[in-house]
Design a protein around this ligand. Structure first.
Ligand code: ARG
Length: 275
């Protein structure tokens, strides 16, 4: 009898869990996980509201579905797990790059922005290795020029993952050099660590890098290239709990309506806002 009760409880439990796994999307709110230290995509304004390109996108999604959008700040490295579980969050909007590993945990919307990795350093500490021949005419630094350097990153971001790969893989540009990675909670803290002489360079996505350089004096940044025609390129998308297709579809509709032009307008708006 006791066994039966336990079994019944387990069944009841799994029903509740199944409802949970469908997301919090039965409510009239959309819960969005982010890490708000990544301007212009998400950052705190002077009133301590989370604002940015990703917030504007999700507000449009909320409008479409008739739901209120609630953004919460967490560490970046827990976002995919939070969205995978679907218990507290329906999706993650965080300038997040699509990666195969993340895809195992969450569904991604269509890509809405192409970014490249940048390297930040103290003014004059490094010089460009060249000017790209990929048609983008960008001053770049080669991964191989980071040999032996102390590198700061935001934990679990693509900057972290790529730097780790270059160091640990036998064919990596930093393999067998003294290069080492230190992880920080966000890119600004990593740049503060350059000032404190704990690291020499910081690897982070282009627009956040340019934003940080514009707001902290004494720093410079260049694109990070594998060779003259190969930037470290990636695509951003919004991640959604698997199975929550209503939300995924609404996000894709909004992204299609905005188009590249709409996204670029949001980017300039938030870059223009400054701090
Ligand atoms: N695009 C990079 C990645 O997906 C960095 C994203 C960091 N985002 C943030 N909101 N802090 O790993």
């Amino acid at each position: 009898m006791k066994k039966l009760l336990v079994a019944a409880a387990a069944v009841a439990g799994s029903v509740v869990l199944a409802a949970g796994a469908a997301g919090c999307n039965n409510s009239d709110k959309i819960y969005v996980d982010t890490n708000a230290y990544f301007a212009p995509f998400e950052y705190y304004d002077k009133d301590m509201n989370i604002v940015g390109v990703d917030v504007d996108i999700m507000e449009l999604v909320g409008k479409k579905l008739g739901k209120e959008v609630v953004f919460k700040n967490t560490d970046f490295d827990v976002i995919t797990d939070n969205v995978q579980s679907g218990k507290k969050y329906d999706c993650g909007a965080a300038g997040m790059t699509i990666t195969d590993e993340r895809k195992e945990k969450v569904n991604f919307s269509n890509p809405y922005f192409t970014s490249v990795q940048y390297v930040i350093f103290q003014t004059g500490a490094m010089t460009a290795d060249g000017n790209s021949t990929d048609g983008k005419e960008t001053d770049y630094i080669l991964w191989s020029s980071l040999a032996g350097k102390k590198i700061g990153v935001q934990r679990d971001t693509t900057g972290d993952i790529y730097a780790g790969d270059e160091i640990s893989s036998e064919t990596g540009a930093l393999y067998g050099t003294e290069a080492a990675v230190t992880q920080y909670d966000n890119a600004q803290l990593a740049v503060d660590a350059i000032g404190a002489k704990q690291v020499e360079v910081v690897i982070v996505d282009k627009l956040p890098a340019e934003y940080i350089v514009a707001n902290n004096s004494g720093y410079q940044c260049y694109a990070l290239y594998y060779d003259a025609e190969t930037a470290t390129e990636e695509q951003y998308a919004i991640c959604v709990t698997k199975g929550n297709n209503e939300l995924l579809d609404a996000i894709n509709e909004v992204l299609a309506e905005l188009g590249t032009e709409g996204i670029n307008e949001l980017v300039s708006k938030h870059l223009g806002l400054g701090k």
